[in-house]
Write a protein that binds this ligand. Structure first.
Ligand SMILES: *[C@@H]1O[C@H](CO)[C@@H](O)[C@H](O)[C@H]1NC(C)=O
Ligand SMILES: *[C@@H]1O[C@H](CO)[C@@H](O)[C@H](O)[C@H]1NC(C)=O
Length: 329
């Protein structure tokens, strides 16, 4: 309970500095899938693209709404899968948890929580499996992906070797430290374990200059900086300690700034209080964004800001039936 008071204590002091006031929603197709866990625009600022509970990646088209773009599951059965939100169908229908576009080729890299690491071209359709294991160990729970904007290497996190998404949703997952950070080199096609033994890593986000990346240690409530270049390459340090468990991290448009999603989750009676934190590469918190008003008792999983219309902040949620959008006016 302490953390609730810590956040509430800080809220009045920073709320005047939150410029993202205007809220709108893009609804998912009615009666269909939910849970736009991840949100991304392509290199032409089209979209957003979202991964939803029935295993598809949907693309938003203005004046039309969300339409089917791609899927990961091989020979995915549309009769069985379209529109479902049953997590037990995830290993059959797919469940994409992270999206990141290569800024030059427009290739979309996808992590499916159950099925592995994929790519799909700008025309969508059946995504191609790149890997479902690394270092001889099968992926268990892929939780996020990001293309390095300079080197264009692709980094993704496997949250655990022990527990998958079903275990987490059904409340059977215990805290463990078997997560991994994986690197994919699109030139050599090598898939390499970069870090092992991590306590539920989520994220990751490369820095704007490509020299380091950040990931969340979810159960340790902190954000880790991992250096990719320089004399201290391959060393890590804690950048930011938070009062609540952080999820995905994303680069913001301004150099050196990032967003992370985090939720206060209380069991019995179950209640969820969602937040977004904007912070910088020195570990300073710039904005604490309370999302309870827009996401009542609904967890948020990502805040992804683009330099469109003076700054557009998309909010992805594992549980919502819409994508939330904040603008400054
Ligand atoms: C697809 O799923 C439906 C509904 O479960 C089933 O009736 C049908 O046989 C499946 N098709 C294939 C090709 O497996
Ligand atoms: C928020 O959620 C709770 C529990 O789901 C519900 O009782 C309450 O009416 C909701 N509040 C609003 C403003 O929708």
């Amino acid at each position: 309970m302490l953390c609730i008071f810590v956040i509430l204590f800080f809220l009045p002091h920073i709320s005047g500095f939150d410029p993202y006031k205007k809220f709108t929603k893009l609804s998912l197709p009615p009666g269909g899938p939910i849970g736009p866990e991840s949100v991304a625009l392509d290199r032409f600022n089209q979209g957003p693209y979202v991964g939803v509970t029935d295993g598809r990646i949907l693309k938003y088209k203005s004046n039309i709404g969300f339409v089917e773009f791609a899927h990961t599951a091989p020979n995915r059965n549309k009769t069985l899968c379209d529109g479902v939100s049953d997590i037990n169908l995830g290993p059959i229908c797919g469940r994409v948890f992270g999206l990141s576009f290569d800024p030059e080729t427009g290739i979309l890299y996808l992590v499916d929580a159950f099925l592995g690491f994929f790519e799909v071209g700008p025309n969508g359709g059946q995504a191609t499996l790149i890997a479902n294991s690394a270092g001889g160990v099968r992926f268990k729970f892929l939780s996020g992906v990001d293309v390095n904007p300079i080197t264009r290497e692709v980094y993704f996190t496997d949250a655990s070797k022990t527990y998958d998404l079903r275990d987490v949703i059904q409340g059977n997952a215990l805290a463990d430290s078997t997560g991994r950070l994986i690197k994919y080199n699109p030139t050599t096609k090598e898939v390499k374990v970069e870090l092992d033994g991590l306590p539920v890593p989520v994220g990751p986000a490369n820095s704007h200059d490509g020299t380091f990346l950040l990931y969340s240690e979810n159960i340790n409530k902190r954000i880790i900086k991992y250096r990719l270049q320089g004399l201290k390459a391959h060393t890590s340090e804690a950048l930011l300690n938070l009062p609540i468990n952080p999820l995905k991290i994303k680069r913001a448009p301004i150099f050196g700034e990032f967003w992370v999603a985090a939720n206060i989750i209380v069991q019995q009676p179950r209640s969820i209080t969602p937040f977004g934190f904007k912070f910088d590469s020195l570990g300073l918190v710039l904005i604490i964004k309370a999302l309870q008003g827009q996401y009542n008792n609904t967890q948020v999983n990502v805040l992804q800001e683009y330099n469109v219309n003076g700054g557009t902040l998309f909010v992805g949620s594992r549980e919502a039936s819409y994508v939330g959008i904040f603008n400054k006016w």
